[in-house]
Design a protein around this ligand. Structure first.
Ligand code: 6GU
Length: 270
C-alpha cells in the first residue's frame, strides 16, 4: 500500500519510522511518504492559509496550495505521475468528520493508495473535498473522537497505524487480530495476564492456569461481556441477541441486560 501524508509539520510524522509501522515500511509492505505542504506554496512567505470568507475566528487553509499538493502526490499534475490510474482515497482528518472506527480502518486497509491531508487552524477550504469528490476520488473526512486537537497530524498517526497493522505481514501473529477489542464479536477484549502468577498480593485467576481450554474460553468470554457492560454500554446495545448463547444471556442478565424486541435493554431502563 502506498500512503502519502501531507502536513505543514512533517516532523510530527517521524513516529511512523518506529515500531510495527517502521518495520512494515522497511519490509516494503507500506510505501509511506511524508510531504511538507509548503513545498507547493508559491509566495515568498510560503503562505498556506488566509482569513475565512464570512468572517470569524482563525485561519483557513487555501485550496490552491492543497490542490497542487494533492495533484502532485497523485500524479495528476503532469500525467507522468506514478499512479494517475490507481484509485486514490483521500483522507482528511477533521473534528467535524465521521468517526474513525475499526470498520473504517478495515475499509481503508483494502485501498491501494491513501493520501492523508493534515489540516491545521480552522481547517481546509471546503472546496478541496468537493473538487476531488467531483473528480471521482473517494474522500473521507474523519474524526478520531469527540475532542479537539490543533491539527490532523495526530489523527494521521492514528489512522496510519490502525490501517497498517491490518496489512498482511505487519502483525507477526494474525491470530492476535482475531479476538481483540472492536473485532467481529462486538465486545471489548477480556483482561490478560502473564508471569509472575502472583504479584503484589494479586493472583492470576486459577482458571487461566488450569489448562482447561473450554473453561478458559468461557471465562474470557464472560469477562469480555462484563467489561463491555461496565465500560461500553453502547456496544452492548448494538449486540444482536441472536448471536449470543444461553450462557452469554445469563451473564448479561446478571448485569441487568435483557433481550427485548431483537435488542438488548437494561432492565432499569437507563
Ligand atoms: Cl481528525 N483533527 C482535529 N484537529 N481534531 C480532532 C480530530 C481530528 N479528531 C478528533 N479531534
Amino acid at each position: 500500500m502506498r500512503v502519502d501524508v501531507i502536513s505543514i509539520f512533517p516532523d510530527y510524522l517521524a513516529a511512523l519510522d518506529l515500531s510495527l509501522v517502521g518495520k512494515a515500511r522497511a519490509a516494503g509492505i507500506i510505501d509511506l511518504r511524508v510531504h511538507d505542504l509548503r513545498t507547493w506554496t508559491s509566495d515568498r512567505h510560503r503562505t498556506v492559509d488566509d482569513t475565512p470568507f464570512g468572517g470569524g475566528a482563525g485561519m483557513v487553509m487555501r485550496p490552491d496550495v492543497w490542490g497542487r499538493a494533492i495533484d502532485a502526490v497523485t500524479g495528476r499534475d503532469t500525467g507522468t505521475g506514478h499512479d494517475a490510474e490507481v484509485p486514490v482515497h483521500l483522507v482528511v482528518p477533521t473534528p467535524s468528520g465521521a468517526t474513525f472506527t475499526q470498520r473504517t480502518a478495515e475499509a481503508l486497509a483494502g485501498e491501494e493508495h491513501l493520501v492523508v491531508a493534515c489540516g491545521r487552524y480552522e481547517g481546509i477550504d471546503a472546496r478541496v473535498a468537493e473538487h476531488y469528490r467531483a473528480a471521482g476520488v473517494r474522500v473521507s473526512e474523519l474524526s478520531i473522537g469527540d475532542y479537539v486537537l490543533n491539527g490532523g497530524e495526530v489523527a494521521a498517526l492514528v489512522v496510519v497505524e490502525a490501517v497498517a497493522r491490518l496489512l498482511p505481514g505487519v502483525v507477526g501473529n494474525p491470530e492476535s487480530l482475531v479476538e481483540e477489542s472492536h473485532g467481529a464479536a462486538g465486545l471489548l477484549e477480556y483482561p490478560v495476564y502473564t508471569k509472575p502468577p502472583a504479584w503484589e498480593g494479586l493472583e492470576v485467576p486459577d482458571v487461566l492456569l488450569s489448562g482447561h481450554h473450554a473453561r478458559i474460553h468461557r471465562w474470557r468470554r464472560d469477562e469480555a461481556l462484563r467489561r463491555t457492560v461496565a465500560r461500553r454500554p453502547d456496544m452492548v446495545g448494538a449486540l444482536d441477541p441472536a448471536t449470543l448463547d444461553a450462557h452469554d444471556l445469563a451473564v448479561l442478565a446478571e448485569e441487568g441486560w435483557h433481550p427485548h424486541g431483537g435488542r438488548l435493554e437494561r432492565s432499569d431502563g437507563c
